[in-house]
Design a protein around this ligand. Sequence first.
Ligand SMILES: *Cc1c(COP(=O)(O)O)cnc(C)c1O
Length: 376
Amino acid sequence: MELIKVSKPFIDSKEVEEVSKVLLSGQYVSGKKVKEFENKFADYIGVNYAIAVNSGTAALHTSLAVLGVGPGDEVIVPPLTFFSTVTSVIHQNAIPVFADIDIDDFCLNPLDVQSKITDKTKAVIPVHLWGNSAKMHELRNICEKANIFLIEDCAQAHGTSYRGKKVGSLGDIGAFSFYATKHMTTGEGGILTTDNEEWANCARMIRSHGMSGRDDHIVLGYNYRMNEIAAAIGIVQLEKLDYLNLKRIDNSKYILDNLKSNKPEWCVLPILNNEIEHTFFWCPMLIDEEKLGMSTADLVKKLRRLGIETRHRYNTPLYNQKILNDGSNPKLKSRRYYSLSFTNVEKIIGKVIGLPNHADLKTEELDYIIETIRSI
Ligand SMILES: *Cc1c(COP(=O)(O)O)cnc(C)c1O
């Protein structure tokens, strides 16, 4: 059997046609494709405004800049996520403050977030990790009481909903990525979602050199614009998103439900919460290494030899990353991030893998994955 890939992009002649049209039109930036994509994405998420940018990191950075997060402000983040959730805070000269996660959803633990709030805290960035949703009801209450902003990192949760509302509409601003491996892609790209008109206008300025007019630079901006070619791809991808998510969900549930009935002792299956429509960016499985008698890294290699590619990432708690601890930024050095240790993070770090679940998998391939796991 050919290697079963863990993810793949879904591009067909429709995207190719739309890109060709843009290329031949001669208008590559600030045109009608970006506007159309923004309107459609805002409708899809259920917010008033969407502002397209050129990466998920740019979306996070712009969100923080829009909300006025600046030098010395503290922003609470999870230690288990892609690192740019953290670097976007540092780029604003603000201080990342880590809080523990929960084992049931791998997302921020609201009680621990509460305990990390100080009079310097300006925002919390929950990450909806691997297609799940963080506990937004609790987080929202905490942020409202403390009068701090709630920025959702939705880079792994396009279409995920929590109590019937899509993530990206639950906080003050949502930030999405359209990087090649995400639920939908524009090659590179990102978008902010919000109901607040003033923030939307400010985000539009920040993404385009802080300009209010052709020659007027009134805020510190960047070149974070999404181009028309990317937006044309995004419009087609957005049309496919629900279908692709449905297949992702079905494939993940097929694997997990089948495993449930006759599961090797070393597999710990995810706990699903019926208030959340999980979109399974990953089909996650926690590994009990003691029962398996093998490290997760070795399991990943073994599965690969058996023809199954898996995801295995964020294997270092982010508070141990070199750049936070090497003294290159004295303000960060004094935080002694390396001395942190969070119970739940340390319990699961490096021990979660993501199984293949993309829309193109055939039933035989899903059955092969199930049988292979049972045989180990
Ligand atoms: C992918 C990702 C980002 C960054 O998005 P880019 O488009 O790669 O800049 C941020 N946060 C999380 C959780 C991600 O998965």
